[in-house]
Design a protein around this ligand. Structure first.
Ligand code: HEM
Length: 529
């Protein structure tokens, strides 16, 4: 009897080992993609070691040069087809379905993800969100945001004053992060976020966010995507400190956001005879009577005020309720804060290393208006062409959103390769932007590439520049970001120039969700006479 038990255990272990070896070899998946070039396959981990060591953006850039476009890489058990030439990128980005992301959240937090304009798996929910976001990015809305953007940049300029006077280095990337958070926070709700004065709290929140995103359980999702439900259960049953911090922060944000929206619905209902508050089925009915006495929770013209009219609509079997609106608010802040901060920080880094380009930028800014004014909304589109070109060139050299990801149901031909349906597709924006096959002297910082009429501009390969992606899911905030970046650079360089502290060239970057400076951008701040 005992012998039987021992042998059964031995057989079970043996079978588990064989299953693991066979699973790790992914024979069926590999056979389907056998005709695609790419780095040699590795058992179980795939190319995770290179991705972790070099960063997904940098390793894709290297392999794109080595294997061409498309090539196949393995993120654990997940085969991913990567493209890096304009015609293939256009084909991939023409599809509306974004690649699936492995989220750890369950319950209400999970619902926030499923409503997300960026990550939603439902095309109906995505369309509803995109439609609700669109009015905020019209030319008129963007013009109305100019004073807010100028005010945040002016606050940052004032905030840098003590460091300039003391000759003390600052991490300009972090300072810019506070400024862009100020802009998206203020424009999301219409209330002053004033992040620059709450910098210490912000630091804590960022630390929590970084740890949650790098939770070891995320690795299980890619090593064995089939176990998705189990990994999610495990992550929530045994949360890491990072996930716990993130869940707490999301829970608080969700509670405050839902309350704000419910208050606003109650106010609107009070003014309009009760129709709006009957909106969602997500709790708008529990609006307290006390809320009627409070002032408007969400300012007219803010992002959330423009999203609210979509409430109570049907999308993908859901009725859009307050939780849906909260998800849009959170996404607005997340999508618009770090990407733009990274872009401006990269521009400062590049200008500091290229004094001739900095001189051209300063001449343009000094030539604009008098007494350190900044262009008005009406003048802005044509007012600062070189400053705008500096931003665009920084986005080429260091694209903060380094990958645009799609999924497709059907087979597709990319170049001369047939790619089977169902595979995640990624456009490596970094590889495209830095390829010597697409750009002359790609390592050189040449804002002139984006100045119409120059020799450099004439050489740009059409379709090779995609910092905001393309197609139906192109970044909805791209004009917002370019406007904010140009205004901020103008406001900062009116008063200061920046010099890198030693040891920062070449700049180390790190990709988590976006690609940013790994250790910040440390500069001394010099007041201009
Ligand atoms: C320099 C700053 C920014 C960069 C480089 C950037 C880049 C990108 C990229 C590459 C995508 C994916 C596009 C695709 O898959 O084809 C994207 C999507 C998106 N971005 Fe941005 N972005 C920036 C700023 C912003 C801002 C300021 C906002 C809003 C306030 C924003 C909101 C979004 C949203 C909502 C999406 C998802 C759109 C959809 O799926 O329909 N982004 N962004």
């Amino acid at each position: 009897m005992m012998e039987l038990g021992f042998f059964s255990l031995l057989y079970a272990l043996w079978a588990a080992l064989v299953a693991l070896v066979v699973y790790g070899l992914h024979p069926i998946k590999r056979w389907r993609y056998r005709h695609l070039p790419g780095p040699p396959f590795r058992w179980l981990l795939g190319h995770l070691p290179e991705i972790v060591k070099e960063g997904q953006d940098s390793v894709q850039e290297r392999w794109a040069e080595q294997y061409g476009s498309p090539f196949l890489m393995w993120v654990g058990a997940l085969p991913v087809v990567v493209v890096s030439v304009p015609d293939q990128a256009r084909k991939v980005l023409g599809r509306p379905t974004r690649q699936k992301f492995a989220w750890l959240h369950t319950g209400e937090e999970g619902k926030l993800d499923s409503y997300s304009i960026v990550f939603s798996r439902s095309l109906d929910l995505w369309k509803a969100a995109r439609g609700a976001w669109q009015p905020f990015f019209s030319a008129d809305s963007l013009a109305a945001l100019v004073p807010t953007m100028k005010a945040s940049a002016a606050r940052l300029a004032a905030h840098l004053q003590p460091a300039a006077a003391a000759g003390k280095p600052v991490d300009i990337w972090r300072e810019l992060g506070l400024m862009t958070m100020d802009v998206v926070g203020t424009t999301a709700f219409g209330v002053d976020f004033n992040t620059l004065e709450r910098a210490a709290q912000q630091k804590e929140a960022e630390a929590g966010e970084a740890t949650a995103l790098t939770s070891p359980i995320v690795a299980l999702f890619v090593l064995c995507p089939e176990g998705e439900q189990a990994w999610r259960w495990l992550a929530n049953a045994l949360p890491t400190p990072g996930l716990r911090t993130e869940l707490k922060a999301r829970g608080e944000l969700r509670a405050v956001g839902t309350e704000l929206i419910e208050q606003q619905l109650a106010l609107t209902a009070g003014g309009k005879g009760g129709s709006a508050a009957q909106g969602g089925n997500d709790g708008s009915s529990c609006v307290s009577a006390a809320a009627h006495a409070r002032p408007a929770a969400i300012k007219p013209g803010s992002f959330l005020s423009l999203v609210l009219p979509s409430l109570s609509r049907q999308a993908g079997g859901d009725t859009l309720g307050p939780l849906w609106a909260v998800s849009q608010g959170i996404n607005f802040i997340l999508a618009g804060y770090e990407t733009t901060a990274n872009a401006i920080a990269y521009a400062v880094y590049l200008l500091a290393g290229n004094p001739d380009k900095e001189a051209k930028l300063l001449a343009e800014i000094d030539g604009w208006g008098r007494h350190k004014t900044l262009p008005s909304a009406a003048d802005l589109p044509s007012a600062l062409p070189y400053t705008a070109a500096v931003v665009r060139e920084a986005l080429r050299m260091y694209p903060p959103a380094a990958i645009a990801a799609r999924e497709m149901a059907d087979d597709v031909t990319l170049g001369d390769r047939a790619v089977p349906g169902g595979v995640p597709l990624q456009v490596s924006i970094t590889a495209m932007h830095r390829s010597p096959r697409l750009w002359r002297d790609p390592q050189a910082f040449l804002p002139e590439r984006f100045m119409p009429g120059t020799r450099e501009a004439a050489e740009v390969t059409p379709g090779a520049y995609l910092p905001f992606g393309d197609g139906p899911r192109k970044c909805i905030g791209w004009r917002f970001a370019l406007q904010e970046a140009a205004l901020s650079l103008a406001a900062l360089y009116q008063q200061y120039t920046f010099r890198l502290t030693p040891g920062q060239v070449p700049l180390k970057t790190k990709m988590v969700l976006t690609s940013g400076p790994a250790d910040g951008v440390h500069v001394t701040v010099h007041r201009r006479e």
